[in-house]
Design a protein around this ligand. Structure first.
Ligand code: NDP
Ligand code: GDR
Length: 389
């Protein structure tokens, strides 16, 4: 039985990866942070009663900013594989706390690598580093001839998050070359799921669409509607992480779908799932998305509600907060469902991401199961269930 240690186990990817490794018969250990409220919702279903004897899923309190803690946990666990997924992962927030992000996302990676070296586990422990397409920064001149970013494209990070992650990327590569460690970078493009954090754009859209369709919210406020992202499903992407650690030689791999979509088109796809068509009007910060048509059958199938519960006003309209109305009100054709709020713009933006996963497909045999339509459906279904409850 192999033993794996996952940092960031309470996050989106950590939870899917833990499920995958448990299915494969691994002994899974994870590092969770102490928080004043519960932060283990994504993995609670994996937890077993420690008092009942044999367990193959264990959580340790810890933090990537604490070297002694990291060394002690790795010493106790003696992992065959470490997946370093822990990070302050929000690009916009990284502009607010750049030093913290450098410490966790950059130096945190060094702490893991050094701990393995200090403990003399260089030949035993394989390390996966959660690198990111944010390293490319969306610079047009750095795409390859076919218009994609691949393993040989130059980096040009555009946020404190990207800059911290570039340190993580290079220190991982350096330890591989300097000490012969099996350490590799997965350069993963955006991946989403029903477990995605609620402030990332896809989840914000699917949650708001479900809330609006169920009459519990009036409007969705977004930033840059024209950003293009290569969106895949997190369930597919954690399989690639595992595959990267099962090779003869450690190498870095791009994981992506090879297709890119605008934020506004993701919005349209989410609203279409509940039978709403959006018409865009205006430009820049004045742009709005208006409800143009409703497919009643689709609406009923998705929400389980008839359209007849319409009234002219939302009971408690609140444009600033994501207020959940107590009395549901179904939107009418002509309502403004999406507005641009410049608060969500970033000081420097990554305009376009599009990855070429050819190396992963040929060398790892990696093949995603979800396309974008399947991803939107999975997320919409999850969020409608949430609001039905
Ligand atoms: P999440 O934000 O969902 O999860 C991040 C995890 O890191 C959480 O478990 C969080 O704990 C933990 N964490 C945060 N700060 C610390 C710290 N100081 N010490 C220890 N743990 C910490 O991210 P994802 O699951 O989406 O992403 C996983 C990794 O992959 C991240 O490193 C991210 O940067 C990277 N990545 C993600 C992509 C994506 O599209 N999802 C694409 C490319 C890379 P808590 O729950 O307590 O907050
Ligand atoms: P990203 O994801 O920055 O690509 O980082 P996010 O979903 O936050 O943004 C994607 C694009 O959507 C635009 N956008 C908005 N974004 C958010 N969060 N909220 C909004 O209201 C909004 N409106 C428009 C953004 O400007 C951006 O262009 C994610 C994270 O998971 C990183 O950790 C990971 O490394 C990269 O993906 C790959």
């Amino acid at each position: 039985m192999k033993t794996a240690l996952i940092t960031g186990i309470t996050g989106q990817d950590g939870s899917y990866l833990a499920e995958l490794l448990l299915e494969k018969g691994y002994q899974v250990h994870g590092i969770k942070r102490r928080a004043s409220s519960f932060n283990t919702q994504r993995i609670d279903h994996l937890y077993q009663d420690l008092h009942e004897g044999h367990v193959n899923f264990t959580l340790h309190y810890g933090d990537l900013t604490d070297s002694t803690n990291i060394i002690r946990i790795i010493q106790e666990v003696q992992p065959d594989e470490i997946y370093n997924l822990g990070a302050m992962s929000h690009v916009k927030v990284s502009f607010d706390s750049p030093e913290y992000v450098a410490n966790v996302d950059g130096i945190g990676t060094l702490r893991i690598l050094e701990a393995v070296r200090i403990l003399g586990l260089e030949k035993k422990t394989r390390i996966y580093q959660a690198s990111t397409s944010e390293l490319y920064g969306g610079m047009p001149e750095n795409k390859n001839a076919a218009g994609f970013y691949d393993e040989s494209s130059p980096f040009y990070p555009r946020s404190p998050y990207g800059v911290a992650k570039i340190y993580g990327f290079w220190i991982t590569k350096n330890y591989r070359e300097a000490y012969g460690m099996y350490a590799c970078n997965g350069i993963l493009f955006n991946h989403e799921s029903p477990r995605r954090g609620e402030t990332f754009v896809t989840r914000k859209i699917t949650m708001a669409t479900a809330a609006i369709a169920m009459g519990k919210q009036d409007c969705l406020y977004l930033g840059n509607l024209d950003a293009l992202r290569d969106w895949g499903h997190a369930k597919d992407y954690v399989k690639a992480m595992w595959l990267m650690l099962q090779q003869d030689q450690p190498e870095d791999f791009v994981i992506a779908t090879g297709k890119t979509t605008k934020v506004r088109d993701f919005v349209q796809m989410a609203f279409n799932y509940v039978g709403f068509t959006i018409r865009w009007e205006g430009t820049g910060v004045d742009e709005v998305g208006i409800l143009d048509a409703i497919d009643e059958q689709k609406y009923q199938a998705a929400t389980g509600n008839p359209l007849s519960v319409q009234s002219s006003e939302f009971p408690t309209p609140n444009p600033e907060l994501r207020t959940l109305n107590t009395e549901p009100r179904t939107p009418n054709v002509g309502d403004t469902l999406v507005k641009v709020d410049p608060r969500y713009f970033r000081p420097t933006e990554v305009d376009l991401l599009l990855g070429d996963p050819t190396k992963a497909k040929t060398q790892l045999g990696w093949k995603p199961e979800y396309d974008l339509a399947g991803l939107v459906e999975d997320m919409m279904r999850g969020d409608l269930e949430l609001f039905k409850k």
